[in-house]
Design a protein around this ligand. Structure first.
Ligand SMILES: Nc1ncnc2c1ncn2[C@@H]1O[C@H](COP(=O)(O)OP(=O)(O)OP(=O)(O)O)[C@@H](O)[C@H]1O
Ligand SMILES: [Mg+2]
Length: 325
């Protein structure tokens, strides 16, 4: 019976002896448990107290045991004795930590522009309010900060929308070349001084979600313009290849810039939420650090992958690989 449980478990009989146990319990507590008294191998006072309480007819709360891995131990009364089950908490702890980090990050990202806004409101309520030149300058800073908060909230909302639908693979037929052109028309490279150069092959339509793929492409092109070389070209290529990792024929859409590139140790972390290589520069340029996290989720939903290659001083290539059918 206990053998079927996916975690360590022992059953203790009326005489305080181990009646049965599983392989998980042997790995955790050592071999030869059967027929021995449980207090020979369970030593934690909190757990002993819970077992004593269950043996006396009580219903003890689960016992949390720190360690590596941390366990939450459930102690239950059964007909023939007391059942003790060790539930591995590593994953739950990691999830909890991620959630807390995320909330802390969001709060921090919102508080910075908000603090600045409040500061300027206060300044304008004072003597500076009567000085038209100062007023104009402060209002334009306030406008910028308000827009940053607005963008951050927009990004958070699209991240949660994409995440919520991640398991549902989108299936509208998408002509990627046309989609790329539509997206590029909406962008304004002039302000960055760079040119957008395209090399788009005719490839079969792929199953996808046009809005999301458009958003992913726009994010990559925006990054290339933002972090690429001033006045340098951004090259967008579309073709089809055999991908050894996805092990199938895929559409390959790459966005290449001639910027400073990204040091190798940052690359695996770029798609984490709020991760920025150069915090100051990204913020200065209006970045929220959520762009690539959104791109990654969109591509995952499409069962594809994102490849990032970068050479310091030469530039970066971000490639979206999407299954062709
Ligand atoms: N083409 C690139 N060249 C160099 N660094 C890049 C490039 N693309 C992204 N990065 C680095 O990766 C970080 C994360 O990018 P991401 O798009 O997730 O956030 P962001 O651009 O800062 O903000 P957002 O896209 O939300 O406005 C950036 O801050 C930047 O440091
Ligand atoms: Mg970005």
């Amino acid at each position: 019976m206990l053998e079927a449980l996916p975690f360590p478990a022992v059953l203790i009989d009326q005489n305080a002896l181990v009646e049965s146990s599983n392989a998980g319990a042997a790995a955790l507590l050592g071999p030869g448990l059967q027929g021995r008294s449980f207090d020979l191998f369970i030593r934690q006072p909190a757990l002993l107290a819970a077992i004593a309480s269950a043996r006396a007819g009580g219903e003890p709360e689960p016992v949390s045991l720190p360690g590596d891995p941390p366990f939450l131990v459930h102690v239950r009364r059964s007909k023939s004795g007391v059942l003790v089950m060790w539930q591995d908490q590593s994953e739950a702890d990691a999830l909890g930590r991620m959630r807390r980090d995320f909330v802390a990050n969001v709060s921090h990202e919102l508080r910075t522009p908000l603090t600045s806004l409040m500061g300027f409101v206060e300044t304008l309520q004072g003597v500076a309010g009567d000085d038209p030149a100062a007023r104009g300058r402060f209002l334009s800073i306030m406008d910028r900060e308000a827009r940053r908060m607005n963008r951050l909230i927009g990004d958070l909302l699209s991240l949660s929308t994409v995440e919520a639908n991640e398991r549902v693979r989108p299936r509208d037929p998408i002509a990627l070349a046309t989609l790329v052109q539509t997206v590029l028309q909406r962008m304004t490279p002039q302000s960055h001084g760079g040119r957008l150069v395209t090399d788009l092959a005719e490839i079969p339509e792929i199953p996808g979600d046009a809005d999301q793929l458009g958003q992913a492409i726009a994010n990559l092109v925006e990054n290339a313009l933002r972090y690429g070389k001033r006045g340098g070209d951004v090259i967008i290529k579309l073709g089809e290849i055999d991908d050894p990792i996805l092990m199938r024929r895929v559409a390959a859409l790459s966005v290449e810039d001639q910027g400073d590139g990204i040091p190798a140790h940052h690359i695996p972390r770029l798609t984490e939420r709020f991760y920025r290589v150069d915090n100051h520069r990204s913020r200065e340029l209006g970045g929220t650090g959520l762009g690539l996290a959104i791109v990654k989720h969109i591509i995952t939903r499409h069962r594809g992958r994102l490849k990032i290659e970068s050479q310091p001083q030469k530039g970066s290539v971000f490639t979206i690989l999407l299954p062709l059918s």
